[in-house]
Design a protein around this ligand. Sequence first.
Ligand code: KG4
Ligand code: ZN
Length: 333
Amino acid sequence: MTTILGIETSCDETAAAVVVDGLDIRSNVISTQVELHARYGGVVPEVASRAHLESINAVITRALDEAGVSLGELDAVAACHGPGLAGALLVGVSAGKALALVLDVPYVGVHHLEAHLHAAWLEDPSVEMPMAVLLVSGGHTMIVSMEGTGRYRILGQTVDDAAGEAYDKVARALGLGYPGGPVIDRIAKDGDPRAVAFPRPMLNEGLDFSFSGLKTAVMLEIRRNPDRPARDIAASFQAAVVETLVYKLEKAADQIGARTLVLGGGVAANSRLRARVAEVAEKSGRRALLPRHDLCTDNGAMIAAAAHFRLISDGPTSLDDGATPGLILPTIG
Ligand code: KG4
Ligand code: ZN
């Protein structure tokens, strides 16, 4: 039995979790900084680092308490070491390394996207490989063929904005606050997705994405028709994003012969995206693996889970390793 503490501080959530054997979540504590950043309309790196520093010890203590696990029972300590905000990452990495050193257990540095890729696995370890994973967050949008831990092929990715970034920017233009994804998701439920025919960017151009032009089209529409209800713009924008994401995910699954469609990252919490992926999976006789909401957005459980498998394949990470804001996802081609 391997008990791992996973720490995540790459952006604006201070999170820690205890996971046993890479699958059994004993606790998953998330302290969000959303309200701190909301007044600035986005994440302010310095504010994020300070807030992580203030809450990291309490978050780790709660994760251990809720799991009923003492420090001495930990077999390894893992922390997200990139990509992310430099100062924010450093808080989690320093806490993780310090704990590992004091407890004399392995330290494991975990790639943030590799952790998101493992979130669905936490739901169901019996899933068949390869999986076609759509990873959609505030900083990334990509389709990955996942053949196992450390066995990833990037099939397509955004050439400009990430999907979550587009949600956040459109929400700001509509005066809906930060973060935009959850608000747009909510108000779009009462809106008409056919009210405005927004473009479906790069729909027939391979598996890459582009959301910058769509975002501009929404801004122009808001300027041209200031009286159009925000819910209709939100629903029409969301329809364009979701249709594009799902179309390409299905195309990728066809290409690699995947029997499972998987979602990961913050935007995977989106209700329309989840419903559409479930629908297309059913139509093509595939499985849809949709992590529950607290495993979609940033959390410590996904870090501990990914660390479990990395520890088996690569062993511990050196304590000389630091945080790498631009860390690249290791792929096999
Ligand atoms: O994975 P995540 O928590 O952090 C990053 O690694 O970026 O993703 C955050 C992003 C934000 O852009 C947020 O607006 C978006 O996920 N998001 C959503 C929803 N919930 C969060 N986007 C659409 N619909 C949602 N329900
Ligand atoms: Zn993330």
